[in-house]
Design a protein around this ligand. Structure first.
Ligand code: ATP
Length: 293
């Protein structure tokens, strides 16, 4: 568990994080989103003990990061936004080098590296990291993050710069890590990915927390749900027409039920029923700009 209590971070004149309270629960994937400069990376770095908060407290697994950062870092895997690799080393050499820094015995390290690269579907183990594609490099960086089998993963834009297929692979890989019991905090700009994998989402704006909740709760309080009924009739009716069907839309389920009764009473042909829900992207745009999407 990660707990931020009244965390503020000021860089000279910039207030990067402003009185932030946040809890990441064991076993969940928490998504941290916000515009460029909202304070996401600063927040992650304070959780890791890489930056000291101006005020407030970071607790990791119930222990104070300010006092026990060396001990706590063992339990955390950190994937920075940019992960330059040592380009003249092969993938295996690079990972063995880091395993050595983590003081993993070499046999155990070799086995762990094999397992990790298998699970990440990275076959190019003897190629220099400088020769790898962006996606392969990101996978090597992810393997490095997992070498010491951390309990908590802090990932700064894990999908940054990746093509859609590799992104999707990484996203599903994170789901698998959650199933293995890891707790994951990630920042991301791709809101579709956040919506797809995160149990809860935190939205930051100018360093302040705007929302922290499950997607369902966020949709319920800030989004829209609309019921749609598609039907056909030979009669000329006053409903919206789309591709040969009439369409009835309402945010109320009771209105939809009433429409179904009407359709049945008139012997019109029901074609389809659908529920449309706001995507996180719509809600985010609305929150940030005040505009309806
Ligand atoms: P992005 O999505 O662009 O990565 P972010 O949400 O991660 O942005 P941060 O990098 O945490 O945002 O930056 C928050 C604010 O703090 C910004 O205004 C940024 O300019 C400022 N900032 C970040 N690092 C420093 C620093 N080392 N010195 C001074 N100001 C900084």
């Amino acid at each position: 568990m990660i707990e931020l209590q009244n965390i503020t971070k000021r860089y000279q004149t910039t207030l990067a994080v402003d009185d932030l309270n946040l809890t990441v629960r064991d076993g969940e994937i928490m998504g941290l989103i916000g515009h460029n400069g909202a304070g996401k990376s600063t927040t992650l770095k304070m959780i890791l003990g890489l930056l000291t908060p101006t005020s407030g407290q970071v607790q990791v697994m119930g222990r104070d990061m300010a006092k026990e950062s060396t001990a706590l870092k063992r339990f955390i895997g950190y994937l920075p936004e940019e992960t330059p690799l040592y380009e003249t080393m092969t993938v295996t050499e690079y990972l063995m080098f880091f395993a050595d820094l983590y003081r993993l015995p070499s046999q155990e390290a070799a086995a762990r590296i094999d397992t990790l690269l298998d699970s990440l579907q990275l076959a190019e183990r003897d190629r220099r990291t400088g020769e790898l594609s962006k996606g392969m490099k990101r996978k090597v960086a992810i393997a490095r993050t997992l070498l010491h089998d951390p309990t908590l993963l802090v990932l700064d834009e894990p999908n940054s710069g990746l093509d859609p297929l590799t992104s999707f692979f990484v996203i599903n890989y994170l789901k698998r890590l959650r199933a293995e019991g890891k707790t994951i905090l990630l920042s991301a700009h791709n809101l579709f990915h956040v919506e797809y994998i995160c149990d809860r989402v935190t939205i930051l704006k100018d360093g302040r927390l705007v929302v922290c909740d499950s997607m369902d709760a966020i949709r319920q309080s800030l989004g829209r749900r609309e019921y749609e009924v598609y039907f056909r009739s030979y009669e000329k009716l006053e409903y919206v027409q789309e591709e040969g069907n009439y369409v009835f839309r309402s945010p109320q389920i009771s209105e939809m039920a009433r429409m179904l009764e009407t359709i049945s009473r008139h012997n019109w042909a029901l074609v389809n029923l659908a529920v449309r829900e706001s995507a996180l992207e719509d809600i985010y745009v609305k929150l940030m700009t005040g505009k309806k999407t």
